[in-house]
Design a protein around this ligand. Structure first.
Ligand code: TV1
Ligand code: ZN
Length: 331
């Protein structure tokens, strides 16, 4: 356990793998397996600590969501009929259990990092950034990212938390829920909303009320490649170093890679590995090292497998460096 290569937690298993939609829906239940297979192929599954997801409690869900909406999901979960939004997010039998395990899984990741059992943690099916307090949206039933922010504040009295999002879609569910909260640092690179769902996240959207001017939305043109990513990413680093968060959440949606079937950004998986590696450096520099990655979107299975294993690899590498005497002496 004190082996520094062994301080990265992976939250995985059937409970979260069941979150997904059938019948030609881009967000299928095979995404978890596509990732796990690649992790095994790269020999990385034996290098991480493992945990399964617990379900979020009703109280935890209601830190972010309205009770009436939580009830609606629970009802639809029995029959599995109908949609939970206007057409992107179908109900399925057991959707309540699956979605609450995704939230609980992200909390498991956050808990482990706060307890010090892990320095970084990753959950492949987390990062459901479109869900709003009162409704599902864009494949997202419960917003694990938003609940995690409340968790860190309520259970650990953290104030300044960073949410970084490199999914091709804007993280509107997180953005609008914390729009007027200056202590939720928000940095989101995404495909310009003029061309892609959900249509929000203009650069001028910098926060509201007391938080006006404190959030970073960076829309990129369709077709943007790693060069554009790196230019934007430099601004994210500057923003985080100035903001000094006590915890960093990364939504690393793999739908920003070239070849995704529903978006038009053209990053390579090196972008995701770079983001993960640099967030570890920043978190270490800030003195706490706390980083949790959530998989987010990504509908080309090969892309999501490569991008997410790259993120886990960056977490493992950052740990190996942290543990090496030479590296510490060289600082
Ligand atoms: C059922 C079956 C639903 C097949 C939805 C692609 C489907 C999409 C489907 C789809 C699809 C979207 C919109 C439509 C605006 C709506 C996890 C007029 C082949 C984080 C969510 C994208 C992305 C929603 C989620 C988007 C995430 N694209 N096939 N739906 N309406 N919705 O465009 O950020 O990655 O595509
Ligand atoms: Zn997405």
């Amino acid at each position: 356990m004190n082996d520094p290569t062994c301080r990265v937690l992976l939250v995985s298993g059937d409970e979260i793998a069941r979150y997904g939609f059938g019948d030609g829906h881009p967000f299928g239940t095979d995404r978890h397996e596509a990732f796990m297979r690649e992790l095994h192929k790269r020999g990385m599954d034996g290098r991480v600590l493992r945990a399964s997801a617990r379900p979020a409690t009703r109280e935890e869900l209601e830190w972010f969501h309205l009770a009436a909406y939580v009830d609606l999901v629970r009802e639809r979960s029995v029959t599995g009929h109908g949609y939970l939004d206007a057409g992107d997010t179908p109900a399925f039998r057991g959707v309540y259990e699956a979605a609450s395990h995704v939230v609980g899984g992200t909390l498991t990741a956050v808990e482990a990092v706060m307890a010090g059992t892990a320095r970084r943690a990753f959950i492949p099916i987390g990062g459901l950034h479109h869900a709003a307090p009162e409704r599902a949206a864009g494949f997202c039933v419960f917003n694990d990212c938003g609940v995690a922010v409340h968790y860190l504040r309520r259970k650990h009295q953290l104030k300044r938390i960073a949410y970084v999002d490199i999914d091709a879609h804007h993280g509107d569910g997180v953005f609008y829920a914390f729009e007027d909260d200056p202590d939720l640092l928000f940095a989101d690179l995404h495909e310009d909303g003029r061309y892609l769902y959900p249509g929000t996240g203009r650069a001028e959207e910098t926060g509201a009320g007391p938080a006006r001017g404190t959030k970073l939305n960076i829309p990129l043109a369709p077709g943007a490649e790693d060069d554009e990513f790196h230019l934007a990413w430099a601004r994210v680093e500057e923003y985080l170093l100035a903001g000094k968060p006590e915890f960093i959440l990364l939504q690393c949606g793999a739908d920003s890679l070239a070849g995704d079937p529903i978006t038009h950004l053209r990053f390579t998986e090196a972008a995701h590995a770079h983001a993960a590696a640099r967030l570890c450096v920043i978190a270490d520099e800030l003195g706490h090292g706390r980083v949790v990655g959530m998989g987010g979107g990504g509908y080309n299975r090969q892309n999501l497998a490569r991008a997410w294993t790259g993120v886990v690899g960056a977490f493992l590498d950052s740990q190996a460096q942290q543990g090496s005497v030479g590296e510490i002496a060289a600082r």
